[in-house]
Ligand binder design. Structure first.
Ligand code: 4AD
Length: 452
């Protein structure tokens, strides 16, 4: 076979070498009938390729052929590396290819809904280009998501999913090193795992079933089954009704469940270690710096800070999105961190399986984790006593029949345990400073979107 070079590897040291690359023709700029510039992209890297009519090598027909290519067509380019005197602005690689051979492998339709060059521009670049009189077409998020197979080609999108991949892999490495076992629980289950209305119901060969709202019940059952520490990375389904910047109907959850020796703070310790490890890794490799020295406050302390700042919270109630944002700002100003844990939430606003505080059953052994003022994780100690669990499930209006096998698992005696669930898209959105969770899901599912 022939030797292929990745566009990202092209560098000045290769001056004079003949290379062969394959990529998408992102831009095609003829400057005359004799010269055409092609910008060829492979994943996140681009290189400028030049065809100049020269006797025996590049014919006028070749230049005409290159000029007639449609944007985003896949091309093979063979040519010689040269290094121009001036810095190259329209491509990531600081070398050019003097083209000798050009083949079109796959032709794109001529009228794409948007072009990758424009869609790749930052808001600042956009404004600058418009001021200088360039005619650019802005495309809305829906058009981009409708054409996700095209949209994913922008460097920003390529980067988002690399951050997601790097984060998950770092997390997995960390958890495995701490003796967690990776598990895979069923996604079609008999009863809802979190309660509430956000559940997709379906028919399972004549039996009522639902899509798992979380691995909650089954991850706890693995602890009943003798595992000390488990984790799962997998899809989570929520039949959300509201259309917001941070809710999807399907997202990727990172779930952890572990035996506790004494206190649910052992779970908080793991959360801190895990996410400090992940954020350190991402800061080193993905350069969106984040202040994340972990800080812990109780719910009451958080509510007190909000009160002092003039924000009223319904007594023992949930924090609204605005209150969360405000608290994030207050904590960031006071403790200089974007990452904090709020503990000891009122029992009444937590799921049925949450352990009440031993000394005050109005509160619970639970916590939420916040990043840049938005919730990214929630966790708790779980009830391991079957009678207490049944009572709490009934109080919370759970149909106990549908989760009877889960309830029964606790009759064989189970250790103290706890865990947490994290939403990957939310973490990536906040880490990257993005304004919409849809950007962090390859093919987002929201209350209005089931395709592509
Ligand atoms: O707070 P949630 O519902 O907690 C659970 O699922 C528990 N079983 C976790 C546990 O182990 N106790 O969801 C956990 C996380 C949230 O903090 C959020 O990051 C994310 O999942 N999340 C969503 N992400 C995107 N779209 C949605 N609709 C989400 N709902 C929750």
């Amino acid at each position: 076979g022939r030797t292929w070079t990745d566009v990202g590897e092209l560098c000045a040291e290769m001056k004079g070498e003949t290379v062969l690359i394959r990529g998408a023709a992102q831009a095609i700029r003829p400057t005359s009938k004799k010269i055409v510039f092609l910008v060829v992209r492979q994943s996140m890297s681009t290189v400028q390729c030049i065809l100049v009519v020269t006797k025996d090598v590049i014919s006028p027909q070749m230049v005409r052929f290159a000029t007639s290519l449609s944007k985003e067509s896949i091309v093979d380019v063979e040519g010689v590396i040269s290094v121009p005197d001036k810095p190259i602005t329209g491509a990531t690689q600081q070398v050019e290819i003097q083209v000798r051979k050009l083949y079109c492998i796959s032709r794109a339709v001529p009228n794409l809904p948007f072009n990758i060059e424009d869609a790749s521009r930052s808001e600042t670049e956009f404004k600058k280009a418009e001021e200088s009189g360039e005619q650019l077409v802005r495309v809305g998020q829906d058009t981009r998501l409708n054409n996700r197979g095209l949209d994913l080609r922008t460097p920003a999108n390529q980067a988002i999913f690399r951050v997601k991949s790097a984060g998950v892999n770092k997390g997995r490495q960390f958890l495995l090193s701490k003796n967690f076992v990776e598990i895979f629980t069923p996604k079609v289950i008999a009863g809802s795992s979190e309660g509430g209305a956000e559940v997709f119901k379906l028919d399972y060969k004549g039996k009522p079933a639902c899509l798992a709202q979380s691995p909650q019940l089954h991850k706890q059952m693995t602890i009943c089954g003798g595992f000390d520490r488990v984790f799962e990375v997998g899809p989570v389904f929520r039949a959300e009704n509201s259309y917001t910047h941070r809710h999807l109907c399907e997202f990727v959850g990172l779930d952890v469940e572990m035996e506790l020796k004494e206190h649910y703070y052992e779970v908080c310790d793991i959360v801190e270690e895990l996410f400090v490890e992940i954020f350190n890794h991402l800061n080193d490799n993905c350069s969106k710096e984040l202040e994340y020295s972990p800080k812990r406050l109780t719910y009451d302390e958080g509510v007190q800070m909000l009160k002092e700042a003039g924000v009223e919270i319904e007594p023992m109630g949930d924090l609204s999105t605005e209150a969360e944002k405000k608290l994030g700002k207050l904590v960031s100003d006071k403790y200089n961190t974007d990452f904090f844990i709020l503990t000891k939430f009122p029992l009444g606003i937590r799921p049925f399986y949450t352990m009440p505080c031993y000394d005050n059953s109005e509160y619970s052994n639970s916590f939420d984790v916040f990043l840049r003022g938005e919730e990214i994780i929630s966790g708790s100690q779980r009830i391991h006593d079957p009678e207490m669990l049944t009572k709490r499930a009934e109080q919370c209006g759970i149909d106990v029949e549908t989760i009877s096998t889960y309830m029964d698992s606790f009759r064989n005696a189970t250790r103290l345990h706890g865990g947490f669930g994290a939403g990957l898209e939310r973490i990536v959105m906040l880490f990257c400073g993005l304004n919409n969770i849809r950007k962090c899901s390859l093919f987002p599912r929201d209350p209005q979107r089931l395709t592509p």
